[in-house]
Design a protein around this ligand. Structure first.
Ligand code: NAI
Length: 345
């Protein structure tokens, strides 16, 4: 099998080379992202599959070109699939993903961002490197007894809520499909309005869909407690960045911890330090003392990279040997879901 691997970074290669070699697969790494301009790089090369990440664009035009070039599979090396036009892919391409590789990596990063922000570790680190040992302005608050609102209680949300309970926090949860069995005296499901009104900290762990797009907008922020801390390690467009910026400027939002950003695709994962940042909202957010931005690194642990590579290659092996994969996605009735019986293709 010949695989075209887009948006390749040095940290991707060791684990993918290891698992691909074991299965006799050939990988060609492209540093560029897959999109309408770059898809023609595959012309005449007889690739069987493309391997893509979160900021590659697999829209209907890209899908049609892949189909014309007889590429049969899009292997996402991530869980989210919001960058793939699943409707357009139906009956043309198999779409595989990695549903779980380390929920701990993302949940632990969310907590790292939260602690950094509320205990001002980012400020203290810079001060002490300059031998400035003043504590002025570094007052934080205890997490113990605070209420955390968790939107999305799937794999990552559940690890995060366990971590929060370890800190003695109370949990309010919202999920389109609540798992009532995890409720107890310190954890209960509620609606979004109550979650917004009562949470000291709100953390997003749901996928980006038409329903969750801008779930945190001006209206939602208006309902929140003064000083609320918002954490987004899921997908940028869950948060209306302009509304968040206004919430911070008005002092309604006490802090924001962002591992993802709506317009991240041309910026994140790259060194832009020598360039003028065109995105005024991101520039303003980064300039705030109470905003921490990391560039979509929550997944980036050794364990996760190993699991991502192994599952991606296993998905392709399973598909080539049996014609289907347990991690295949399909589009049915307006929704994307796991394709269990291969009847959709
Ligand atoms: P999951 O599929 O296990 O859990 C998602 C949860 O969201 C499910 O419980 C589902 O019922 C719920 N949900 C679906 N639609 C909803 C809606 N409209 N409102 C509220 N809840 C809804 O997914 P997992 O593994 O926990 O990942 C969550 C998200 O984290 C992914 O969708 C992805 O966007 C993001 N992610 C970010 C990474 C990073 O490096 N920053 C790495 C991996 C995932």
């Amino acid at each position: 099998m010949k695989i075209a691997f887009f948006d390749a970074k040095p940290y991707d290669k060791p684990s993918f080379d290891k698992f691909a070699e074991e299965k006799g697969f050939k990988i060609k790494y492209f540093e560029t992202k897959l999109n309408e301009d770059t898809v023609d790089l595959l012309e005449g090369k007889n690739y069987d599959a493309v391997c893509v990440f979160v900021n590659d664009t697999v829209n209907s035009k890209v899908i049609d070109r892949l189909y014309e070039m007889n590429v049969k599979t899009v292997a996402l090396r991530c869980a989210g699939f919001n960058n793939v036009d699943m409707k357009a892919a139906k009956n043309k391409l198999h779409v595989l993903h990695v549903p779980a590789y380390s929920p701990y990596a993302v949940a632990e990063h969310a907590m790292a961002l939260l602690l950094t922000s509320i205990r001002r570790i980012h400020k203290a680190y810079i001060r002490s490197r300059d031998f400035n040992f003043s504590l002025q302005g570094l007052t934080g608050f205890d997490l113990h007894n605070k209420t955390v609102g968790i939107i999305g209680t799937g794999k990552i949300g559940r690890v995060f809520l366990d971590i929060c309970r370890g800190f003695g926090m109370k949990v309010l949860a919202y999920d389109k499909f609540p798992n009532k069995s995890i409720e107890n005296e310190n954890l209960r499901y509620t609606n979004l309005d109550e979650l917004f009104e009562k949470s000291d900290i709100i953390s997003l762990h749901c996928p980006l869909t038409s329903e969750t797009y801008h779930v945190i907008d001006e209206n939602a922020i208006g309902k929140m407690k003064k000083g609320v801390v918002i954490i987004n390690t899921s997908r940028g467009a869950l948060v209306d960045a302009e509304a968040l910026l206004n919430g911070i400027k008005s002092r309604k939002v006490g802090a924001a911890c962002l591992d993802v950003y709506e317009e991240e695709s041309d910026l994140f994962f790259e060194d832009n330090s020598g360039h003028i940042l065109e995105d005024d909202i991101l520039a303003r957010l980064i300039s705030m003392p109470n905003v921490i931005v990391t560039s979509h690194q929550a997944f980036l642990t050794e364990e996760a990279l190993e699991n991502i590579a192994e599952t991606t290659i296993d998905n392709l092996v399973e598909l080539s040997e049996t014609g289907k994969s347990a991690n295949e996605l399909c589009y049915r009735g307006g929704e994307t879901e796991r394709c269990l019986n291969n009847k959709c293709f």
